[in-house]
Design a protein around this ligand. Structure first.
Ligand code: NAP
Length: 270
């Protein structure tokens, strides 16, 4: 195989750094160029750690278009594919091109402030919209431009299919096969009383519909979390959440099966 430029990232734990040293030696011996940064011209990104480390790498590299693969040194990972004991097999399969690419869709939100300024955030797992501290938040929600509900509760989360097994699942949202391109809107502790009426379950939307979120006038601070990265805004006029054009190209090898991972992570006893 001709030499490849490979960017390596780890979450900095002792185990991950040990795997990184071992892998670096193997890649150099095979004639590849190894770097610990990403400048847009790499052939492959390798991330060593858990799913959290994978998310961090994707954000650090600003949603790279080149293939990415995860070596799992964390808990059972959904993004992380390769076991550290199988580095030799991984390199052989990669060099022979014995893999497929799983395209993971992403979600974005655009925040417009009262002064007309716009800010965009992209998430691989999700975008969550919350209020200040532990106060409830009141949001007018529209779908495809049509008003649907006034939401009251802790917030609203919009998950991608890949993100459905993360925060979304903890909130009672559904697990979605990543081959489906859709957005899942999941309420975070919705209030459902005679005073407030909100959906209490997730809703699934086709990826060409956008969700409009307009905070009630009294909401003076709104927090956006894209994959757990929090940004606070004041005087928000509107938030538009929709599918993003960014795609993460994840390498998968022949034994990969999403539903097997789901079973292992959520149903098997340790
Ligand atoms: P973290 O709070 O340190 O870890 C969150 C956990 O979510 C980790 O165990 C991580 O797996 C797991 N995870 C991340 N993406 C996943 C996915 N697509 N499917 C299944 N599990 C996944 O935060 P972090 O490591 O920076 O990750 C940020 C993510 O945390 C957010 O995108 C959000 O989805 C999630 N989160 C979850 C909750 C909750 O479940 N109540 C609350 C806040 C945030 P690893 O152990 O392999 O890293």
């Amino acid at each position: 195989m001709p030499e490849k430029k490979i960017s390596l990232f780890t979450n900095g734990t002792r185990v991950s750094d040990k795997v990184k040293d071992e892998l670096t030696e193997m890649l150099l011996e095979s004639g590849h160029i190894v770097t610990t940064e990403y400048k847009g011209d790499s052939d492959l990104i390798i991330c060593i750690g858990g799913d959290g480390a994978f998310l961090e790498t994707i954000h650090k590299c600003d949603f790279p278009s080149c293939p990415t693969v995860g070596i799992n040194t964390g808990h059972l990972g959904f993004f992380q594919e390769v076991r550290p004991q199988k580095l030799q097999d991984f390199l052989a399969a990669y060099e022979k091109g014995q893999y497929s690419i799983q395209e993971l869709n992403t979600v974005k939100c655009t925040v417009t402030t009262e002064s007309g300024e716009e800010f965009t955030h992209v998430g691989l797992n999700e975008i969550a919209i919350k209020g200040r501290h532990s106060y409830s938040v009141h949001l007018f929600i529209s779908i495809g431009g049509r008003p649907i509900e006034k939401f009251s509760g802790d917030g609203i989360l919009v998950a991608t299919s890949a993100g459905s097994t993360a925060y979304n699942y903890s909130l009672g949202g559904s697990i979605v096969d990543p081959r489906l391109k859709l957005l899942q809107v999941t309420p975070i502790a919705p209030m459902n009383t005679s005073a407030y009426r909100s959906f209490t379950s997730s809703i699934l939307l086709p990826s060409d519909l956008s969700i409009g979120i307009r905070p009630e006038r009294s909401e003076n601070r709104i927090f956006i979390l894209n994959d757990g990265i929090e940004t606070g805004y004041e005087n928000v006029r509107n938030i538009e959440v929709s599918a993003s054009d960014e795609v993460v190209n994840l390498i998968r090898f022949k034994n990969y099966d999403f539903w097997h991972k789901v079973k292992d992570k959520f149903l098997e006893k340790n």
